[in-house]
Design a protein around this ligand. Structure first.
Ligand SMILES: C[S@@+](CC[C@H](N)C(=O)[O-])C[C@H]1O[C@@H](n2cnc3c(N)ncnc32)[C@H](O)[C@@H]1O
Length: 491
């Protein structure tokens, strides 16, 4: 995370004055190398201890702010796209300065992000081939700013003064990045039932989830499987606290160590896209055993939760190539029907491959559905999912998919390894490791180089998975001698 000015005293006194509570004996806020600020245990914390409480009224959202009441219902409804209502709310509360109930919170939010949304075009080329190459969404965000926020901002100069730096496109990206990396998703009914106590809450309302900003709860960092607290939504007011959210320890936490929340342990590509950081932790030995030594190099780190997403269209193309002349017009015409059937069965046509000894069974079944007419007929007539049996033809297709995906990256593993070592140097046995947070956060290397290193970590994690699968296939497919023949036999 880029350097950030955060005044913990100011933030904490705002939090308390505004009705928040925290246990001063147990939890404090302090900087952590490569992570910005985070929460630290000031004493040994037993499991199930309440660490802080955030009342609902302190949650910054389009439901708790007064902005909606200052706009026409039609204007408010016109903003019901993605995060537009919340972004405009955050812009307005920022413009209000000290008049905003969230002033002490907003002035302490970060203004610099390492998320690819804010990278230059050149920096983004480092992500070519990765899962996030096409998922950054910068252009969509720009269109939302112009189309939805623009008219409301222009119509209300009393709320959004002309020329304010808080309503520009870069302010839109800033608030969007804050939401992306710090928001929590909660049921909408949490806010609507208080304003509208008379009306019934339908099951649909219960299920609608909305993004909101929960001060203090968003000060916690996360790392793969290190979480030791959880944020609980109060069912009713407790211990003199009004209804809200309580952060409690889920494990005992040693004094002076970091208090971690969970971001659900996503792969590094997703961590980088949403949070602007990557997880770099020692990889478990059972995963390292799956990798070729040249792909590990002398850098046995990474994110054990990494994955690579394979698009079903790439699988269709690989099957077409492997089927040779059997991929005729009739076969082509049957493909949309086969894929629709697959989706209607609740299956996904994006396959998440992880570092594992086993091939992904869902991918195997999909390849068989596309390749073998008897599987398709059984699916169509009896509603049965294809078998997950692996044969040489299936291996040939998966091997082609993997190689095709590997060919999309611009750099090879050696380049990635050299880059990642710059930001996360190798820890040798016996090295003095500074605090318990190394090598989780990157060391302080130049900001422009850091982005290259983040991209290299993502590429390396993905390539390691792909190469491990390619390697296991080369062992398992008997050199592919029978590939075409088997496909013909099965048809
Ligand atoms: C919810 S905020 C946590 C508080 C934040 N560190 C701060 O100073 O305000 C999430 C951000 O913290 C940083 N972060 C969290 N976990 C991290 C980790 N394991 N390594 C590096 N940065 C991390 C990232 O910048 C991420 O976008």
């Amino acid at each position: 995370m880029a350097a950030r000015s955060f005044d913990s005293e100011q933030f904490l006194s705002w939090f308390e004055d505004a009705g928040g509570w925290y246990d001063k004996r147990l939890i404090g806020l302090s900087p952590f190398m490569g992570m910005g600020y985070g929460a630290v245990a000031l004493d040994d914390i037993p499991v199930d201890s309440a660490l802080f409480h955030v009342p609902d009224k302190l949650v910054l959202s389009s439901y708790t702010s007064e902005l909606q009441s200052r706009l026409l219902p039609s204007e408010w409804d016109s903003l019901a796209h993605g995060w537009c209502q919340l972004i405009l709310t955050m812009m307005w509360e920022t413009i209000r300065g000290a008049d905003s109930p969230w002033h002490g919170y907003l002035v302490n939010l970060p203004s610099d992000f390492e998320t690819p949304m804010l990278w230059s075009e050149e920096e983004r080329t480092e992500l070519i081939g990765t899962d996030i190459e096409d998922r950054i969404g910068k252009e969509d965000a720009e269109a939302d700013h112009r189309k939805y926020l623009g008219p409301v901002i222009t119509a209300h100069p009393e709320l959004f003064p002309a020329g304010s730096s808080h309503t520009t496109l870069s302010a839109f990206h800033l608030q969007g990045s804050r939401i992306l990396s710090r928001s929590f998703t909660v049921p909408l009914s949490r806010f609507t039932r208080r304003h509208d106590a008379e009306s019934d809450i339908s099951d649909d309302d219960e299920e609608i989830q909305v993004a909101v900003m929960i001060p203090f709860a968003d000060m916690l960092n996360a790392a793969f499987e290190r979480d030791n607290v959880h944020l609980y939504a109060d069912e009713e007011s407790q211990n003199d606290h009004p209804e809200g959210f309580t952060m409690k320890s889920t494990k005992s936490i040693r004094k002076s160590t970091q208090i971690y929340n969970t971001y659900d342990s996503p792969p590094n590509s997703e961590l980088l896209r949403k949070y602007g950081h990557v997880d770099v932790l020692p990889l478990p030995s059972d995963l390292l055993k799956l990798l070729d030594p040249s792909d590990v190099g002398d850098w046995p780190y990474g994110n054990a939760g990494d994955e690579v997403l394979i698009d079903g269209n790439c699988v269709v193309e690989a099957v077409a190539v492997a089927l040779l002349d059997r991929a005729d017009e009739i076969w082509r015409q049957s493909i949309p029907k086969r894929v629709d059937w697959w989706l209607e069965e609740g299956q996904d046509d994006i396959f998440a491959l992880a570092l594992s000894r086993e091939l992904d069974t869902s991918l195997i079944a999909f390849v068989r559905l596309l390749s073998y007419d008897h599987e398709w007929l059984r699916a169509e007539k009896k509603g049965k999912l294809p078998s997950t049996e692996v044969d040489n033809f299936v291996l040939t297709v998966i091997d082609a998919v993997i190689r095709d995906r590997l060919a999309r990256y611009d750099h090879d593993v050696e380049v990635d390894l050299a880059l990642v070592k710059e930001a996360w140097p190798i820890v040798h046995p016996g090295d003095v490791i500074e605090a318990e947070n190394f090598p989780v956060g990157a060391t302080s290397i130049a900001a422009n180089r850091l982005r290259q290193c983040y991209a290299a970590v993502v590429r390396l994690g993905e390539k390691r998975i792909l190469k491990a699968i390619a390697h296991s296939i080369s062992i398992g497919n008997g050199n592919g001698k029978k590939r075409k023949a088997e496909a013909d036999d099965e048809q």
